[in-house]
Design a protein around this ligand. Structure first.
Ligand code: AMP
Ligand code: ZN
Length: 471
């Protein structure tokens, strides 16, 4: 098949055309969530854009196999092996076992994905299912002299590599050598950037999950899981930009040393979602989830549209004002599509013409905002009949997944129309809730909100005060 799908490859720092090893087939590996907490909408920005990448590749004709790991062990508070295991931290926070936490948040993650129309990957692999494979890979790295045992742990020896900072330009590399002064000293490491392949003695105190290994009872480092799982399926390797260093840098170091040759050629990274105080992160504790957006009355698909309207390589700043505008735009869009007449036949010529434009947009470094503009363009094109417009919207939604032809239609203008009696009741309840909050009676405030929701009314707290609309 013709190869014209291109995207920005972090490894080559170029917009590269994808050339698969096997004609027509592409494997994609996505770094999955660390399941110690809910995914925040920043994490989900990465998964939305990776989902669009997968669907775009399928749309242009590739047979895609998508693989994702679930990090349920080995990811310490700092990405550079310091601090506590995040899973253990989650378990302690909730007085549960690590496996209970892993199950709960893995399910919660896939629930969120479902709400955002993110397809479940073909293969989902929890790290704890693959321990013997990690041990084998570490044994080979030791045999080949790329790893060493110190203080009971096994470390990767980065001094054995000619080019460790593969993702950086020459001038960036010069600046990076010897960085990581912020990282607490591990006296066992021979070089600053060495990283742990297998923990035994250090970081061990009350580690819940541990396995027997040739180096003693312990658990794997975070990077080894992604190398080991993805090595079987590559591909394009995906993640958020914070994964570039050290996670993906270390994955390349150990995978290429293990294999003895160059490994993954395509790296796709999604930039961050920020809030006013900077990068949204789970460790900050105070973060936005899909459920919270729903509680505030937003359709999760509006958040998907918000992500698609911006390019995946640009940082994206979240605000409720923009989401409110997106919500109105989305309602209008699906209404316009729903209002298309059902009769008539599809004009094949016009259909192909628009399809080509759409393919060009998504194949050109995943230009999703252009793809959405094409939907608006076709709706206002007088030379297209309604049947063709509807067929195109349906077809493009295989990639966009915005429920363009299936969403429940609401008239945005009629959103706040209720009878006077109900309106008076709502306003009274809003005042009551305000008073309850002032008295810190949050249970009562929540009960009022739930009572209104049961009556089909959603309350939204904004900086300007409380607003409401019909559910
Ligand atoms: P984690 O669950 O922390 O392992 O992260 C899951 C994914 O979300 C990784 O690919 C991260 O790179 C990505 N990620 C983390 N924070 C953000 C953010 N604020 N915006 C976009 N992606 C993020
Ligand atoms: Zn990973």
């Amino acid at each position: 098949m013709e190869n014209k799908f291109k995207f920005y490859n972090t490894l080559t720092r170029n917009i590269d055309t994808v050339i698969p090893h096997e004609d027509g087939k592409i494997a994609m590996y996505t770094c999955g969530p660390t399941v110690y907490h809910y995914a925040h909408i920043g994490n989900l920005r990465s998964y939305i854009m990776e989902d669009v990448l997968e669907k775009a590749l399928r749309y242009v004709g590739y047979d895609v196999k998508r693989v994702m790991n679930i990090t349920d062990v080995g990811h310490l508070s700092s990405d550079a092996d310091t601090g506590e295991d995040k899973m253990l931290k989650g378990a302690k926070r909730e007085h549960k076992t690590v496996m209970e936490i892993a199950k709960f948040y893995t399910d919660a993650f896939f629930d969120d994905c479902k709400k955002l129309n993110i397809k479940r990957p073909d293969v989902v692999e929890p790290a704890t299912n693959c321990i013997p494979e990690f041990i084998h890979m570490i044994e080979v790295l030791l045999e080949k002299g790329y790893a060493y045992v110190a203080g009971g742990n096994v470390y990767f020896d980065t001094s054995r590599l000619d080019d460790y900072y593969v993702f950086s330009s020459q001038s960036e590399k010069e600046l990076l050598v010897g960085v990581r002064d912020d990282v607490e000293e591990d006296v066992n490491k021979r070089n600053k950037n060495d990283f742990v392949l297998w923990f035994t003695k250090s970081k061990f105190e009350d580690q819940a999950l541990k396995w027997d290994s040739p180096w003693g009872v312990g658990y794997p480092g975070w990077h080894i899981e992604c190398s080991c799982i993805s090595i079987k399926h590559l591909g394009i390797h995906c993640g958020g930009v914070d994964n570039i260093f050290p996670h993906h840098t270390n994955e390349i170091a150990q995978s290429e040393s293990y294999l003895g040759h160059k490994w993954c050629g395509y790296w796709f990274h999604v930039n961050h979602l920020n809030d006013k105080s900077g990068k949204m992160s789970k460790s900050k504790g105070d973060f936005l989830t899909v459920s919270l957006l729903q509680e505030k009355g937003y359709d999760p698909i509006v958040y998907r549209m918000f992500c698609l309207q911006s390019h995946y390589r640009k940082p994206l700043e979240f605000s409720y004002e923009v989401l409110d505008n997106m919500s109105v735009a989305y309602k209008k869009l699906v209404k316009r599509i729903a209002d298309l007449k059902a009769d008539g036949t599809v004009d094949e010529g016009k259909f192909a013409e628009y399809k080509e434009k759409f393919c060009d947009a998504i194949s050109n470094d995943l230009n999703t905002s252009m793809a959405i503009t094409i939907v608006y363009d076709l709706l206002k094109d007088d030379t297209l009949n309604d049947a063709t417009k509807r067929a195109l919207a349906e077809d493009f939604d295989r990639v966009l997944s915005l429920n363009l032809t299936t969403a429940k239609v609401e008239n945005p203008a009629e959103d706040t129309e209720v009878d006077a009696e109900l309106e008076a009741y709502i306003l009274e309840k809003i005042e009551e809730r305000k008073a309850a909050k002032k008295e810190k009676d949050f249970a009562k405030a929540d009960a009022i909100r739930d009572d209104l929701l049961a009556k089909g009314i959603v309350l939204k707290d904004t900086r300007e005060g409380v607003i409401w609309h019909k559910a």
